[in-house]
Design a protein around this ligand. Sequence first.
Ligand code: MSP
Length: 640
Amino acid sequence: MAKPFYITTPIYYVNDRPHIGHTYTTVLADVSARFHRMMGDDVAFLTGTDEHGQKVEKAATARGITPKALADEVVANYTELWKRMDITHFRFIRTTDDDHRKVVQGRFQQLLDSGDIYKSTYKGLYSVSDEAFVTEIQAKELQAQGLAHQLVELEEETYNFRLSRYETPLLEYFAAHPDFVQPDFRFNEVKRFVEGGLQDLSISRTSINWGIPVPGDEQHVVYVWFDALLNYLTGAPEGAWPPDLQIVGKDILRFHAVYWPAFLMAMGLELPKTILAHGWWLMGDDKMSKSRGNVVRPDTLLKFGNDALRFYFMRDMQVGHDRSFSLEGFMDRLNADLANGLGNLAARSITMIQKYRDGVVPDFAAQDALDRELDTQGKGLVTQFVAKAKADDFHGALDGLWIHLRALDGYIVKAEPWRLAKDEINNAKLDAVLAQLYRSLRATALLITPVMPTLAQSLWESLGIAGKVVEQSLSGFVYDAPAGFNVGDPKPLFNRIDKEAEMKAIEDTVVPMPPIAESSTEASPLDVPELRPIIDYDTFAQTDLRVGQILSAEAVPKSKKLIKMTVDLGFEQRTILGGIAAGYSPEELIGRKVVVVANLAPRALMGIESHGMLLAASDNASKPYLIAPPEDAKPGFIVK
Ligand code: MSP
């Protein structure tokens, strides 16, 4: 028996209800799963929830309930949503499932036995605000920034995974498997990270209770990422290993493309074939996230049917890139492509076959150059779509399909079937036009099925074809539809949206929504040091503050906090390192205007010279918030 095509999504944290970002990840996986089923693969599609760890523990405490009760509540939100979205997973895995605990403990023991996991006492400086041990270099940085009071001496026992042992094997594997991570530019980031050197990874905690106990040493719970990543093993059906496609967001790529393969190597298991990292849905320029209060929940968009949302996700987002979500864009897309484009074309074509040929589909025989052109295009349609879909480029696949649908609209305009129908002499040409439209619509119904299963079925039935379109084979599909079919009645595929009325109604409900679980911004006491000694004006005036604009940004290898940026100061460009990784990802910094201390003496951090400093606000417990000058302030402006 052929190996099942095993496809996974990340498992979602249960400290938040699903928003459209999570929904996108799952829909992308579902579209791929459905596509592979239609290609004849036996598909095993796994999704689920990540339920352990401090975040969930804290969120539950804030609500006065147990972590498991919180998880149960949020899991119901997920499973309900996946039903409404027509998601076709075979199992919804929870990290609190019994079989998962056994797998995690068993694998932990295996790695203890093989020496890949070892216990050590970690003695060192601990940053209270980051909840992490810091290296000597990081400690010096904090001291230089006047933040020494954040550091405490701490001694903790911890189990470590020998990640350093896998630096070379990983690099060798990457070199031998050029398609391991998609897209390429993300793969390059991963390679650079590993080339920067890997340190052993602490994979147990004694400060957390909510987790899977380390076998034989119950003071410790297994680190949440070791626990979470192993869900893919627990959930793998017999004979399905390794995963063929693991879909993840770009924010969690490092865990999947570095730690996860290293764990698997240590366990002696085969690595996944492809890890696909997609981009983010943004709100304006910001990541959609609960703590920013700018999330869009899928519920409100689902009033247009799950097909609409699935289609919008696939059609508008180029896998790998970020994309801004807009309600207007959402409705424009549906009106243009589904109500007007495909909906109109199908209704017109079927009505013409009913009117001019009593509902019977005629034979196709090209009569002129135009017929031949459309025939060639139509015949190439399925091959091209399938090639793109195989590479998970549903955006490109749908784009090609809609180009063809627009060409068909043009074909009708040029051929004028209503004029042809007036004289029998044009019979053969009218037959060609009607048959051509029919063949393309039949192919379209099939191709859109993984994306819009319900709408595709309506089209299938309107075309008068029996059975379920989801059961059709894409690999064996022949474009030349047999003549003599009787079309059905054209069903409306998608009703045009009254955009203005809907905009008003939806905007009132979608943004922002209050977070349900975590009380992250709730009145935590201000944690700031005492006011520094008074200085006179002249001392202050020596500080030259300027407006800058970030041109590029990248994480500094081996540093959790530092981001290296190129900043335009109007009169020159500078390299500046900022300890802001807790608040920003490099991608979201690009283009941002910032306030720079421009006359600060350069100094080296982690071996890189930083010339200047960015102003940011925070207290000891918060992440940094960059001070932003107004958008129209120019780089180089003096701030005074
Ligand atoms: N629990 C971890 C994953 C463990 S996998 C072994 C986690 N969970 S999450 O709920 O925070 O995120 C799950 C997925 O949702 C990630 O792939 C993430 O990229 C995706 N999204 C969350 N917000 C998103 C957007 N705004 N846009 C697109 N996808 C984003 O990380």
